[in-house]
Design a protein around this ligand. Structure first.
Ligand SMILES: CC(C)(COP(=O)(O)OP(=O)(O)OC[C@H]1O[C@@H](n2cnc3c(N)ncnc32)[C@H](O)[C@@H]1OP(=O)(O)O)[C@@H](O)C(=O)NCCC(=O)NCCS
Length: 167
């Protein structure tokens, strides 16, 4: 049994260590991290899962981004990730629960669309599909740029670059 809770400042370095365990070295060199530099994550959507003994088993974070031509009123979106489950806890549905539980919180907070860079065979389970007209900073494989509308049609007609929230 896992207990889900919002990530707090006390959790920060433990979550970083989990991500270091779960991702290849140099994860912070990925272009998606440039969208996170200097931007606070979305409070209320970053979540941790701990086992009955309090050991961290999984974590998910979200950042705000904007999408579209910078001079033509870009739209707001959530950038999902990183999400990771400790290797000894994978395959138990914890990744699914972290993703679904946090996404269920997003719409009530006013978010209408979410995107990520990831494996379509995994995220397709959660309704994510390729965003053909949305461009992540290079180098990003366009096939891995996936989105899900949190309200119907939220990605319709959205075209352009993914931008840092603060830019
Ligand atoms: C991806 C991750 C978060 C999934 O967590 P999890 O708790 O194991 O996921 P779930 O238990 O909900 O789902 C497991 C299922 O997803 C599948 N799956 C996991 N990663 C997958 C991937 N990259 N592509 C396709 N399927 C994948 C598993 O094969 C399993 O399939 P099954 O249900 O048919 O047996 C976890 O594997 C992880 O931390 N990986 C390393 C970090 C990472 O890659 N994060 C995602 C960045 S894109």
């Amino acid at each position: 049994m896992y207990k889900f809770a919002p990530e707090t400042a006390q959790d920060h370095w433990e979550v970083e260590a989990l991500y270091d365990t779960c991702f290849a070295p140099g994860r912070e060199a990925l272009s998606s991290y440039r969208l996170r530099d200097g931007v606070p994550p979305v409070t209320g959507l970053c979540r941790v899962a701990r086992d009955a003994g309090g050991v961290l088993a999984g974590a998910i974070r979200y950042w705000p981004v904007r999408v579209g031509p910078v001079d033509v009123d870009p739209v707001d979106a959530l950038l999902l990730g990183p999400v990771a489950v400790h290797p000894t806890r994978q395959g138990e549905g914890l990744g699914r629960d972290l993703i679904e539980d946090s996404l269920a919180l997003a719409a009530p907070l006013g978010w209408t669309r979410v995107l990520l860079v990831g494996d379509a065979p995994y995220y397709g389970r959660f309704g994510f599909t390729r965003l053909d007209t949305v461009v992540m900073p290079p180098p990003t494989n366009p096939e891995r740029v996936l989105g899900r509308a949190l309200v119907p049609g939220a990605w319709d007609g959205v075209v352009g670059d993914v931008l840092r929230w603060a830019d």
